[in-house]
Design a protein around this ligand. Structure first.
Ligand SMILES: [Zn+2]
Length: 287
C-alpha cells in the first residue's frame, strides 16, 4: 500500500473502482490525474460532467457561452430551476464542487473558435464534444486531427443519437494504439466531409428532443473517456453507434479512414483550422 497516493477518503469514495482488478488504485490514480475538456454544458454535457466528476477524473474544463433557460431543464440535468438566467458554466461548476471536492473545475464562458481552440484544447488530455452545432463539431474534429488529440463525439436528433470515438492516434506523439492496429484511424470528416447545408437539419429548439435521450448518449461518451484514461477496453473507434430510443435499438456502422478525407486523408487540403470558415458547410475557404 506504500506506493498509493490515494488518501483514506479517496479510497472510500472510489472503493467500488479500487476493488476491481481492471481499475484498482493505479487506475483510480490515472483518472485523478486525467483531464477532459467538455465542450457544451447542455444535454450531452450534463451527464458527461456528472459521471466524469463522480468517477474522479481530476480536472474538468467546461466550455459554454449560454445561460440556463427554463426550457433546458427538461434534459440538461446539471442545472436546476434556481439556475435559470445563470451562465451554464457556473451552474455546472457548482454541481461538480458539491458532488466531488477532488475535482478541479475550470470554466470557460466562451464559444470555441478557430482562434481559441488551440489554447483551450492544449490544456487537456482529451476532448468530449457535447456541442449542438456543426461549426463547433467540425472545428473540434479538424483541430483534434491536426494535434492528434483524442475526441469523443456524440450527437442527438429528436429520438435518435449517435456516438463514436476518435483517438486521432497517428503515431505522432508516441502514444501507442489501444488495439495495436497499424492502420490510421478515421475522423469525423472521413464520414461526413462537409456539414449539411444550413437549415436542412433543424435544431432541438425547432424540432424538439426526447429529454432522456442525451442522458444515454452523454453517458456513453463519458464511458468511452473513462476507458480511454484507464487504457482499458475497446473503444468505439472505427464504429459509429446509432441509438434509436423509440425502437430501443442500437446499431453499429463501420467507420473507415477515407484516403480522400480533406483533413486526415493522403493529400489533405486542411493543414490548419485557419483554412476553414467554420460556418455553413464548414468547407475549405476560397482563399
Ligand atoms: Zn478524416
Amino acid at each position: 500500500m506504500s506506493d498509493l497516493r490515494l488518501d483514506a477518503t479517496q479510497l472510500d469514495r472510489y472503493s467500488r473502482h479500487v476493488i476491481m482488478d481492471e481499475i484498482g488504485p493505479e487506475g483510480q490514480q490515472r483518472l485523478l490525474e486525467g483531464s477532459v475538456l467538455i465542450v457544451g454544458a447542455g444535454g450531452l454535457g450534463s451527464p458527461a460532467i456528472q459521471y466524469l466528476a463522480a468517477a474522479g477524473v481530476g480536472r474538468l474544463g467546461i466550455v459554454d457561452d449560454d445561460v440556463v433557460e427554463r426550457s433546458n431543464l427538461q434534459r440538461q440535468i446539471v442545472h436546476g430551476d434556481a439556475d435559470v438566467g445563470r451562465p451554464k458554466v457556473e451552474s455546472a461548476a457548482d454541481y461538480v464542487d458539491q458532488l466531488n471536492p477532488d475535482i478541479d473545475v475550470e470554466t470557460h464562458e466562451a464559444r470555441v473558435t478557430a482562434e481559441t481552440v488551440g489554447s483551450l484544447v492544449a490544456e487537456y488530455d482529451v476532448v468530449l464534444d457535447a456541442s449542438d452545432n456543426f461549426a463547433t463539431r467540425y472545428l473540434l474534429n479538424d483541430h483534434c486531427v491536426l494535434t492528434e488529440t483524442p475526441l469523443f463525439h456524440g450527437a442527438i436528433y429528436r429520438f435518435e443519437g449517435q456516438i463514436t470515438s476518435f483517438t486521432n492516434d497517428r503515431g505522432g506523439d508516441g502514444r501507442s494504439d489501444t488495439d495495436g492496429d497499424e492502420t490510421s484511424p478515421p475522423c469525423y470528416r472521413c464520414v461526413f466531409p462537409e456539414a449539411p447545408e444550413p437549415g436542412t437539419v433543424p435544431d432541438c429548439a425547432t424540432t424538439g428532443v426526447l429529454g432522456v435521450l442525451p442522458g444515454t448518449v452523454g453517458c456513453i461518451q463519458a464511458t468511452e473517456v473513462v476507458k480511454y484514461l484507464l487504457g482499458k477496453g475497446g473503444l468505439l473507434e472505427g464504429r459509429l453507434l446509432l441509438y434509436d430510443a423509440m425502437d430501443m435499438s442500437f446499431e453499429e456502422v463501420p467507420v473507415r479512414p477515407n484516403p480522400a478525407c480533406p483533413v486526415c486523408g493522403d493529400d489533405p487540403e486542411i493543414e490548419s483550422v485557419s483554412d476553414v470558415a467554420y460556418e455553413g458547410t464548414c468547407e475549405i475557404s476560397a482563399d
